[in-house]
Ligand binder design. Sequence first.
Ligand SMILES: Nc1ncnc2c1ncn2[C@@H]1O[C@H](COP(=O)(O)OP(=O)(O)O)[C@@H](O)[C@H]1O
Ligand SMILES: [Mg+2]
Length: 548
Amino acid sequence: MADDIFKQFKEHSVAEFFKKNRQMLGFSGKVRSMTMIVHELVTNGLDATEEAGILPEIFVQVEELGEDHFRLTVKDNGPGIPKMHLGKALGQMLAGTKFHRYLQQRGQQGIGGSACTMFSYLTTGQPTKAISCHNGRKLTANIAIDFKANKPVIQEIEEAPTEETGLTVISEYKEVRYERSNYGVYEYLRRTALANPHCSITLVEPNNEKAVFPRSVETNPRRPFEIKPHPLGIGTHDLLEFAKHDKESRRLSSFLQETFARMSAGKVDELRTLLPNMDFNKKPQQMTWEEAEAMVKAFGQLRWIAPSMDSLVPIGKDQVEISFRNIFSPDVLVVTERAPKVYRGGIPFMVEVGIAYGGGVAAAGKKGEVMRFANRVPLLFDSGGCAITETIKTMDWKRYDLKEFEEEPVAVLVNLVSVHVPYTSAGKQAISNEEDMMDEIKFALMEASRGVQKYLSGKRKAHEIATKRKVVNRYVQQLAGDLSSLSGEKKSEIEKQLLDIIEKKYGEEGEGNGDEGNGEGGNGDEKAGEGEGVKKPAGKEEEGDIDE
Ligand SMILES: Nc1ncnc2c1ncn2[C@@H]1O[C@H](COP(=O)(O)OP(=O)(O)O)[C@@H](O)[C@H]1O
Ligand SMILES: [Mg+2]
């Protein structure tokens, strides 16, 4: 009997796993599936163009072929993909140029491109057509997936010379739908344009209508620096893997310095003192599990300089302001950019927040709108389980004169950038509830909210003064008449004097009414956390050393 059970014992590949669990990639629901495909292909185009130093131009066309049946074309002007990698890039899961790097990029798993190929193949039986223009050669190939082996199946390769560069992916899908809703492709691209003002995006919708999101900045953002892993961000198994695969260092001591950030010769000496029995001259490959464990423990006992923050590039205060004004022209706009911090001990991240209130936000009928971004990528789905939404829920908005957040004409943008965003799933639509991140999101929201409050309380005060003035003015006539008959002075003279007094009292107080919050505040100088009942994480406000 027991042996019979194990006749069923089988291996399967990651491609088979995702074939069975495609909802984990975000492919659930027709509209969402369509947006997820565009998301995967567009983020790839943006990553590739930026890395190659090219101003991104993205073209997306959606053609309706039948009921819930579409053809999708996504084209970028990036460097294209070399022939030897083209099949794997679009037909093998967990393959790519990003997974193993500590670099702020949109992709980080090596799944998106091949996930689209998979979904297309599963719903239509058709391969995906890839046209890669790279280094003067135009390569056209049809790519499918061998699910059992998680390997690409490449058919019909054609080659020709070209002067263009870039990748075009043309694929067919069923079980998808095009819709201009909050969850559709149009909204996704609109938000992508908002967070990527250097990018030009063209969308041709199924009805042949062309939507252009033009670029508003003519240069790419600064390139984030690639960093090495920080000693505080790794575990025993990571350390052993690094050691096993090290090809250059002859000694453990040099391996440590070459592999990790902030690992100076001095730090290695400190480790020697903490681990007197460890042989730092042996080959890194000879390190045992116990030694690696002791080493990671020792890492935790030392003081380290924080990882380099040049690895992070936010959208930027000015850009968020320009984008927000373009979309909403709000009455008040406050943008906050927090200083970079680390989570899980060694992974850098940073939060920026923009809050727009009134004006165009009200006119557009938006109420309590939250726009979530991670590394400039809009997150449209799974808001329930996202650290950003969760943090917004814990905000005491009344404190900032935003009585019922969901009923106010307010739009909030939160962008979190990191060399590794802790997504809750392979679909990459929600950020997990890392405490350090939630604290920073909250501080950023509080800073920005204070700016909004300044404006709102100014406006409220102006309103109160105007009301009082009206009331007092009502008595001027009567009082001037009474005083005139009592004193014999001219009524008009008394009236003028009374009006002067009122003007002096309320005129000055009423000045600056309501405009003060506009574009100001949220400059990051104010101390976040005060009076909000939020725990200020110990040692996290200083730059430089990390105490853990
Ligand atoms: N448009 C593109 N231009 C250049 N390279 C691309 C493009 N799309 C995908 N690639 C390459 O294919 C790899 C796999 O892409 P993908 O499966 O989306 O994973 P990820 O983006 O997470 O790395 C990328 O890492 C990149 O090297
Ligand atoms: Mg990708």
